[in-house]
Design a protein around this ligand. Structure first.
Ligand code: GYE
Length: 342
């Protein structure tokens, strides 16, 4: 079915005071498109943040706050303190407060999908930024406006490509995974592991498989610096032969660097590390030589989130995925961007 046509139809019909209803497979009545948002002088935007305990989150919140202020919109921000149940409750409370629109990053892709449907049923459009929900439960273009964010599978692939090249196709790798059930953690793992198996999105890669790039351990560090450090400390005891680390974000990589140093190893020499995000501390680590490279994952969603919201209000066609392009930082360019990130 053409989602764009559906949305246009819905907008036309609701303008005429009617609502287009379709009967779903479950025989329940559901709207075929996210609720429209009418033009007003200003808007109240609900922003349910996952937490505030790392530079990435702080950078994202600031970007949203600055941009709302610039456009004269009211931003109601909640902070789930990295607790999924709290984020669900926060979204429910923003729905009860009847915000005009919800813009937020779902901490876990399955757990947050039902509240996306709840918002839709309450007539509140949702734009997801930075993390997506499980499309088997809620669909972009139908249940929510769109997902704005990076290609996490490709980020994982790029990290693997750099590592395989740097290690000449031979490494014993520890993977530090992000928050269990979070969209970027699932996809960054997939992109990395598939590339080493000689695959990308189900298609064979020209470089083929890397049978000697061996993942010797893989565990979650919850995207947190200190957890990354603790997990690395424990894993180092059972895997002292590690030669490379792939961390799903810079914070865990920085934690792993500390753990390696405490264990008397030289990160950047004995153990090569690659991660994702591109925060200032990671660029500093690249310049120092402890971190090898980082794939960018920008947290600056304010401008693009509010531009997309305004396009939606205008009735423009919004793609199901508004893709954010990411740069790559290694020793060839890190110094140039030091202090300019987050
Ligand atoms: O990479 C990580 C943060 O959801 C894309 O979450 C985001 C990730 C980001 O905690 O540092």
């Amino acid at each position: 079915m053409d989602r764009t046509l559906n949305r246009r139809t819905i907008l036309r019909m609701s303008a005429a005071g009617a609502g287009l209803l379709v009967v779903g497979r479950s025989a329940s009545l559901t709207l075929a498109a996210p609720p429209p948002l009418e033009k007003k002088d200003t808007y109240t935007v609900g922003f349910a943040q996952t937490g505030s305990n790392n530079p990435w989150r702080l950078g994202e919140s600031k970007s949203m706050q600055d941009e709302a202020k610039k456009r004269g919109y009211t931003l109601i921000e909640t902070n789930a303190n990295e607790d999924t149940a709290k984020q669900i409750a926060d979204v429910k409370s923003l729905i009860a407060q009847k915000v005009d629109i919800l813009i937020f990053p779902p901490r876990e892709s399955q757990a947050l999908a039902p509240v996306v449907l709840e918002a839709k049923n309450a007539g509140i459009p949702v734009i997801l930024i930075d993390r997506d929900v499980d499309h088997d439960i809620a669909k972009p273009g139908e249940d929510y406006v769109t997902f704005i964010g990076s290609d996490f599978v490709d980020q994982g692939r790029r990290a693997a490509e750099w590592l395989a090249k740097t290690m000449d196709g031979k490494a014993k790798i520890i993977q530090l995974e992000g928050t269990t059930g979070a969209d970027p953690a699932i996809d960054r793992k997939k992109g990395f592991e598939d590339y080493l198996k000689g695959e990308f999105r189900g298609t064979p890669t020209p470089s083929g498989a890397f049978p000697e790039m061996e993942i010797i351990a893989s565990q979650t560090g919850d995207f947190l610096r200190d957890t990354g450090r603790q997990v690395m400390q424990t894993l180092l005891q059972s895997h002292p032969d590690v030669t490379a680390v792939y961390a799903h974000n810079d914070e865990m990589a920085i934690g792993a660097i500390a753990a390696l140093q405490e264990a008397g190893k030289k990160p950047g020499e004995d153990v090569i590390i690659v991660s994702i995000d591109g925060e200032n501390a990671a660029l500093d680590a690249i310049v120092e030589g402890t971190l090898g490279a980082t794939v960018e994952s920008s947290p600056f969603f304010g401008p693009i989130a509010f531009d997309t919201m305004e396009q939606y209000i205008d009735g423009d066609d919004i793609p199901d995925w508004v893709k954010v392009d990411d740069r790559f930082f290694d020793k060839s360019n890190a110094a140039e961007f030091q202090g300019k990130q987050f």
